[in-house]
Design a protein around this ligand. Structure first.
Ligand SMILES: [Mg+2]
Ligand SMILES: [Zn+2]
Length: 192
């Protein structure tokens, strides 16, 4: 196996990890607001040459709330905002489906991560997925990556006692992406 096929990646959910969780959906670029320090954290991984890949459910497309074209504009807006901090996303993987579509990419299914790993020659067992909901943690575990739950979005501290916590514990819990950074760096280094 070449070196390229064994590199780790940082997979990120979008809403509640990079930008403020909109509760429902981000339906246009203007509704996107960065969480404090998420851009700085991403810039750090960019500087280390770790691919940063977004894996995000966007069932608002299936619901007709916004088109794939608008979703693309939202990604561009996010890149613009990140660029002010010297940060960027290397690739976006979105599931535009809803539960009724029965696709293999809507988290908690691992399809987005598996496809990203295949297309970018990522070693899943060396990689980390950061998300703010149980769907993310289950998708990450199923894909075979290490998982981090951040409390900057969907899951609040008082929700950690719920049965989902016992059934699908993440490998690490942090207040936000910046707070998870040192743990992630340690994982990426120790997997060399
Ligand atoms: Mg989220
Ligand atoms: Zn899907």
């Amino acid at each position: 196996m070449s070196e390229k096929t064994t590199r780790p990646a940082l997979f990120l959910d979008r809403d509640g990890v990079i930008n403020v969780d909109p509760v429902e959906f981000v339906t246009k670029p203007e509704e996107l607001h960065l969480l404090p320090c998420s851009a700085e954290a991403i810039a750090r991984f960019n500087a280390l040459g770790v691919p940063v890949i977004v894996c995000s459910n966007q069932s608002g497309v299936a619901k007709g709330l916004y088109t794939l074209e608008v979703l693309e504009q939202i990604s561009e807006r996010l890149q613009q905002m990140l660029s002010q901090y010297g940060a960027h996303i290397d690739a976006f993987y979105y599931c535009p489906h809803d539960d009724a579509d029965g696709c293999d990419c809507r988290k908690p299914k691992p399809g987005l991560l598996l496809r990203a790993a295949r297309e970018h020659a990522i070693a899943l067992e060396k990689s980390v997925f950061v998300g703010d909901s149980w769907r993310d943690i289950i998708a990450g575990r199923t894909a075979g990556v290490k998982t981090v739950l951040v409390l900057s979005g969907h899951v609040k501290p008082e929700m950690l006692d719920l049965p989902e916590m016992q059934n699908h514990p993440p490998d690490h819990i942090a207040p936000d992406l910046k707070g998870a950074m040192e743990w992630i760096l340690h994982q990426l280094n120790s997997s060399e």
